[in-house]
Design a protein around this ligand. Structure first.
Ligand code: AMP
Ligand code: MG
Length: 429
């Protein structure tokens, strides 16, 4: 007879077992090597200012504000345009008083210029151009240009000062940032090419069962596809972890023992499925005499085990696919997220929609549920009073029904019946 505990007790025991995972090593990655969703282990600091140099905010004309101060509608100030300055390598020549340069967005503003007049605020006048055509006689001023500025400009207008975005030495991205594209943009603009990242927890996912075959195989009589291996591998990755090893082992204790020893040697955590209930061939129980096997007062997912194999923490989940997935959500997901520096998935309070729900006394039930959306409403979870309805049946083999679920509805152990309109906690999937 195995030990009986409630869900919170087992959650606390798993948290204690996995406390060591919080001390994550740091690993480096190039900015363009799949860093999205990863967590920064160290601050990203701007080595220099951003913008790096004084540059133009607009396509237009760089001028001395004093030169166009007298401009007024109907009485523009006209300046000769002496050069073009593009967003290109190099330093432009200083701007002589009484002249303008045509300037492009992002181009360095010449020394002496202190304002940019956007092109749409000017009349751009080309003059002295000779007659068009092949016989045109181009004189010395053939391409002379002028710009007419219709009003005065304040010094600094449309000029981006160095450091106006960020000063040198400033933290651009603090440690703990969960990297999204806009963070990558800031790091790249600062010239950062490599990031220090929190190393994901490396998890070995071990399926057990002689009946299992892998994807692509042709299942023979009595054989089924391994659903838990791929499901838990995906769940590990969704929680910021990394699958360090995947094994599918037959119901032979010696083989399982050897596989788990290998898994323990190479990973931070070992996760098994199957072989932990009350049947005749409970291979994980047989292979791991040092692990505590217990019955948790929940449905599905009651048979659980936790302990260490060769020093590495191991959690043993039951084999039914729904039970394995529910076990991951209830016992491991938040711990993995937190170990990797990611926020936990918040539980949500929802209102039970149409039908009443009955539940066995003394066991917490985790029913598959679906958000109830108003017709024509948004496709995301509705707010502020989300409603949920049960989807599929309670059977822990109903893996396709579970695929239709958005949440797990958490029916308290003491409840034997919930009426429509009852408030329930739900775990988003
Ligand atoms: P067990 O706990 O090993 O007796 O497994 C309970 C049920 O879950 C049995 O019907 C198994 O065939 C099934 N099962 C175990 N492992 C898997 C798996 N990896 N994928 C799909 N079904 C499984
Ligand atoms: Mg089995």
């Amino acid at each position: 007879m195995s030990e009986r505990v409630d869900v919170e007790q087992h959650r606390a025991d798993v948290a204690e077992l996995l406390a060591g995972l919080a001390d994550r090593p740091v690993e480096e990655a190039a900015l363009d090597q799949g860093v999205l969703g990863r967590v920064l282990a160290r601050d990203v600091v701007a080595a220099g200012p951003l913008p790096r140099f004084r540059n133009s905010q607009m396509d237009g004309f760089a001028v001395r504000a004093a030169d166009v101060a007298a401009a007024a509608p109907g009485a523009p100030v006209t300046l000769p345009v002496v050069a073009d300055v593009a967003a290109a390598p190099g330093d432009p020549a200083p701007l002589a008083p009484g002249t303008a340069v045509r300037i492009m967005t992002g181009a360095p503003v010449p020394e002496g210029a202190d304002a940019v007049v956007p092109v749409e605020d000017t009349d751009h006048v080309t003059f002295n151009r000779g007659p068009a055509g092949p016989d045109a006689q181009a004189g010395p001023d053939a391409h002379a240009e002028q710009v007419a500025v219709a009003r005065g400009r304040a010094p600094g207008e449309f000029v981006r000062e160095p450091g106006s975005d960020v000063a040198a030495g400033t933290v651009v991205l603090p440690a703990g940032t969960v990297l999204a594209p806009h963070h990558v943009a800031a790091a790249a603009a600062c010239g950062v090419s490599r990031l220090a990242l929190v190393a994901p927890v490396s998890v070995a996912v071990v399926s057990t069962g002689s009946e299992l075959v892998g994807p692509g195989a042709e299942p023979g009589p009595g054989q089924i596809f391994d659903a838990n291996g791929p499901a838990l591998a995906a769940a590990v990755e969704a929680a910021g972890g990394r699958v360090g090893l995947r094994l599918s082992l037959p119901d032979d204790p010696a083989t399982v023992r050897a596989g788990l020893a290998r898994a323990a040697g190479g990973c931070d955590l070992v996760l098994t499925t199957g072989g932990v209930s009350q049947g005749a061939y409970e291979v994980v129980k047989d292979a791991l005499p040092e692990v505590v096997f217990r019955s948790v007062a929940m449905q599905p997912g009651g048979p659980q085990g936790l302990g260490r194999v060769d020093g590495a923490p191991v959690l043993t989940f039951p084999g039914n696919p729904v039970s394995a997935q529910v076990s991951f959500v209830v016992f491991l997901r938040d711990l993995l997220l937190q170990a990797g520096g990611l926020p936990p998935v918040e539980r949500v309070t929802a209102v039970l929609d149409d039908a009443a729900v009955s539940s066995p006394a003394g066991k917490r039930q985790l029913l598959r549920g679906r958000w109830v959306r108003d017709a024509g409403g948004p496709a995301s979870a509705p707010a502020p009073a989300p409603r949920v309805a049960v989807v599929g049946g309670p059977g822990s083999h109903l893996v396709a029904s579970m695929a239709a679920a958005d949440v797990l509805i958490d029916v308290p152990a003491a409840a034997t019946r919930l009426e429509p309109g009852a408030e329930v906690a739900v775990w988003p999937l």
